[in-house]
Design a protein around this ligand. Structure first.
Ligand code: F6P
Length: 322
């Protein structure tokens, strides 16, 4: 068995940032426990409410949001938080150094079928010249994130974390309640034969994405001259985890299904943290032809197109769009 170094000891990670990450992980361990109890913890199914994005809230969405919100605001480490489940940002300690954006329970439609779900978080420095209740505190491009990560609640609970010095994977040791380092330097292969897309939207995609996927599906007989495999977990954390483990291309492209909502995934607490994890593992991440981490956000619940993963394959996909 591999000898594991101590938990979360990151060279050069400021002590207060480490404490903030540990605070987030304390809530994630509780979420992990509730998810693993399933029906026994009485948290499956929906509430009668919708979030600001018009989506029905699952009981686990609400519970996970409350756990993260309470622990972060009580910790004193955050000046403000932004959550998928909160209409507006929530002010914390006005003197704190960090702000955190999070999706408390990504892929929550999977909760009722005992499938993968996760928590995604993005940590940035809090601008000193802005008040804690100023929403514009979060209007920073993703390249300014100081840390990003997700916790995947699967057969094992795993943490993917970057503080800008590579991407590392940790596995929750349930006997001690600690996340132990299990992959020190995640490296996404540059080439792949695997893609992930919700194919039920195919007729709504723009022409370049239609053409790219059609050529992948044509396999050895088509212009790509190789056979592709397709996977879709309907939980971005699960799909991005597969990218970190064995490469691939993940995309939720622009579509024309609802002209008022051409994009699905949220910039601040989905695209940005995942883009940082993927780039730090040697992959690339784009929204259309723009690098995700360069996008200046306009509002906290902004949505973007997302294509990320193995460098060469993502670049081939982008070529169809040029
Ligand atoms: O944003 C939420 C999310 O559940 C992602 O985790 C996932 O990648 C995507 O939406 C699934 O979308 P669909 O319901 O179209 O499969």
């Amino acid at each position: 068995m591999r000898r594991l170094p101590p938990v979360l000891i990151e060279d050069g990670c400021p002590r207060d940032l480490l404490s903030l990450i540990r605070t987030i992980l304390a809530a994630c361990k509780e979420i992990s426990f509730r998810v693993s109890q399933g029906e026994l913890s009485g948290v499956l199914g929906s509430t009668l409410d919708e979030n600001i994005q018009g989506e029905t809230q699952k009981k686990l969405d609400v519970l996970s949001n409350q756990l993260l919100k309470d622990i972060l605001l009580e910790s004193g480490y955050v000046k403000a938080i932004a959550s998928e489940e909160e209409d507006y940002t929530v002010a914390g300690n006005p003197d704190a150094e960090y702000i955190v954006a999070f999706d408390p329970l990504d892929g929550s439609s999977n909760t009722d079928i005992n499938s993968l779900v996760g928590t995604i978080f993005s940590i940035m420095k809090a601008p000193k010249d802005k008040a804690a209740d100023d929403q514009s505190i979060f209007m920073q491009a993703g390249k300014h994130q100081v840390a990003a990560g997700y916790v995947l609640y699967g057969p094992s609970t795993m943490l993917a974390l970057t503080i800008g010095k590579g991407t590392r994977l940790f596995t929750l040791d349930r006997t001690h309640g600690s996340f132990l380092l299990t992959e020190d330097k995640v490296t996404i292969p540059e080439d792949t034969k695997e893609f992930a897309i919700n194919a039920s939207n195919q007729r709504h995609w723009l022409a370049p994405m239609q053409n790219y996927i059609a050529d992948c599906l044509a396999g050895e007989e088509g212009p790509r001259k190789k056979n592709f495999n397709m996977r879709w977990i309907a939980c971005m954390v699960g799909d991005v985890h597969r990218l970190l483990c064995r490469g691939g291309l993940f995309t939720y492209p622009e579509d024309t299904k609802n002209p008022e909502k051409p994009f699905k995934l949220r910039l601040l607490y989905e695209a940005n943290p995942m883009a940082m994890l993927v780039e730090q593992a040697g992959g690339v991440a784009y929204a259309g032809l723009d690098r995700i981490l360069d996008i200046e956000p306009q509002e906290i619940h902004q949505r973007v197109a997302v294509t990320m993963g193995s460098k060469n394959e993502v670049e081939i996909c982008l070529d169809y769009h040029k």
